[in-house]
Design a protein around this ligand. Structure first.
Ligand code: DAH
Length: 342
C-alpha cells in the first residue's frame, strides 16, 4: 500500500483521538482537518501519487475520512451550543425582564393628595357602605322622608329592599361614625356616591366625594375656617378662601367655600366665570339635631363638617376635558398617568 493510504489512516486516527473541549479548540480542530488549507485538502493532493487502479479506492477513503471529521465536528458543536444555552439560562447576573409600570387612576391620585393634607391635620380615614340604609343617608342627617331637601339629590333606590339605597353622599359616614364612636371624633371619609343624574361632560351618575367631620367640646366655626384655609393653600396654592352662606339640612349655619384663583389667565377667567372665585365644597357647623339623632349630647359637644366632590378637582388637576373619560377605563387614557407622582 502506498504512503498516501498510510497517511489517510494516520489522519483518521488523529481525528478519532482529538478531544476539543471548548469552542476555540473545536474551531482549531475544524481548521486543522476541514479548513481550506487543512489536512484533508492536503491528502487530496496525494491522489497524484496513487496508482490509477487505486485512485477510486483512495477517493472513497478520503470521503469516508471527511465524513468522520465532519460528523465529529457537528456533534461536538451541538453539545457545546446546548451547554452554552443551558448556562445562559442559569446566568444569575443577567438583568431581569422589565415589568410594565402600572398607573394609578387620576381620581385616586387626587383623592390621595386631599387625604394626605387632612391626615397631616390629625384626621383619620373612616369608611361606610355604598349600599346604605335610608336612615344613615337621610334621616339621621336631618332629612326626613317628606323633607324638600331630598329633591336636591335624585336617589337610586334598591329594588325589593325597602329603605335601601345607593348613598347619595358620603355624609352617611358621619352618622355611621357618630353612632358607634364617642367624641372627640376627627375623620375624613372618601368614597363613591351615586345620583340619578343625566350623564354629560360635566356630571355623572357615579362620582366620588370626601367628607370631613370634627366633633369635640368647644369646636367653633373659626376652627373650621382655619382647617379649610390650610387645605385650600396646600391643595390649590390658593392665597385666600371665601365662605358664602348656604343651606344643608345637616349643618347650621351652612356655607359654601370658594377659593381665589383670580382672573390672570384665560382658564381661570373661564373657570370662575369672570369672578376669580371657584366653588370647592360645602360645610358648616353640625346641626345639634344631627348630633342628637346619633346619640351625642349636643349641649356638651359641637362640631363642623364639610363635603367635596373629587372628579371636578381631578379634571382641573390633569386638564381632562370630559368627566366620562374617568369611568371608561380606556387603557390609552389611563396609561398617561403611569408617571404621575402620588
Ligand atoms: N353632602 C353634601 C353634598 O353631597 C356635601 C356636604 C355639605 C357635606 C356640607 C357636609 C357638609 O358634611 O357639612 O352636596
Amino acid at each position: 500500500m502506498s504512503d498516501a493510504f498510510q497517511k489517510i489512516k494516520e489522519v483518521l486516527a488523529a481525528v478519532n483521538a482529538a478531544t476539543p473541549k471548548t469552542s476555540e479548540e473545536l474551531e482549531a480542530f475544524r481548521i486543522q482537518y476541514l479548513g481550506s488549507k487543512g489536512m484533508l485538502k492536503n491528502l487530496m493532493e496525494e491522489i497524484k501519487t496513487v496508482a490509477n487502479e487505486q485512485k477510486r479506492e483512495f477517493g472513497q477513503q478520503i470521503n469516508a475520512l471527511k465524513q468522520t471529521a465532519e460528523d465529529k465536528f457537528k456533534s461536538l458543536k451541538n453539545s457545546l451550543d446546548a451547554r452554552a444555552d443551558a448556562s445562559e439560562a442559569l446566568d444569575l447576573t443577567r438583568p431581569g425582564e422589565p415589568l410594565p409600570l402600572g398607573s394609578r387612576h387620576p381620581v385616586s391620585i387626587t383623592m390621595s393628595r386631599i387625604i394626605e393634607i387632612f391626615v397631616r391635620q390629625g384626621f383619620s380615614v373612616a369608611d361606610g357602605p355604598e349600599v346604605e340604609h335610608d336612615w344613615y343617608n337621610f334621616t339621621a342627617m336631618n332629612t326626613p322622608e317628606d323633607h324638600p331637601a331630598r329633591d336636591m339629590q335624585d336617589t337610586f333606590y334598591v329594588m325589593d329592599a325597602p329603605g335601601m339605597l345607593l348613598r347619595t353622599h358620603t355624609s352617611n359616614v358621619q352618622a355611621r361614625v357618630m353612632t358607634t364612636r364617642k367624641p372627640p371624633i376627627r375623620i375624613i371619609a372618601p368614597g363613591r356616591v351615586y345620583r340619578n343624574e343625566t350623564i354629560s361632560a360635566r356630571s355623572h351618575a357615579q362620582f366620588h366625594q370626601l367628607e370631613g367631620l370634627y366633633i369635640d367640646e368647644g369646636v367653633s366655626f373659626a376652627d373650621m375656617k382655619q382647617t379649610l384655609l390650610y387645605f385650600a393653600k396646600e391643595m390649590f396654592g390658593a392665597p385666600k378662601i371665601r365662605l358664602r352662606p348656604s343651606f344643608f339640612p345637616f349643618t347650621e349655619p351652612s356655607a359654601e367655600m370658594d377659593i381665589w384663583l383670580g382672573t390672570d389667565t384665560e382658564e381661570n377667567t373661564r373657570l370662575t366665570k369672570g369672578t376669580g372665585w371657584l366653588e370647592i365644597l360645602g360645610c358648616g357647623m353640625v346641626d345639634p339635631q344631627v348630633l342628637e339623632n346619633c346619640g351625642i349630647d349636643a349641649k356638651k359637644y359641637s362640631g363642623y363638617a364639610f363635603g367635596m366632590g373629587i372628579e371636578r378637582q381631578a379634571l382641573r388637576l390633569f386638564n381632562i376635558p370630559d368627566i366620562r373619560m374617568l369611568f371608561e377605563n380606556d387603557v390609552r387614557f389611563l396609561r398617561q398617568f403611569s408617571s404621575s407622582i402620588v
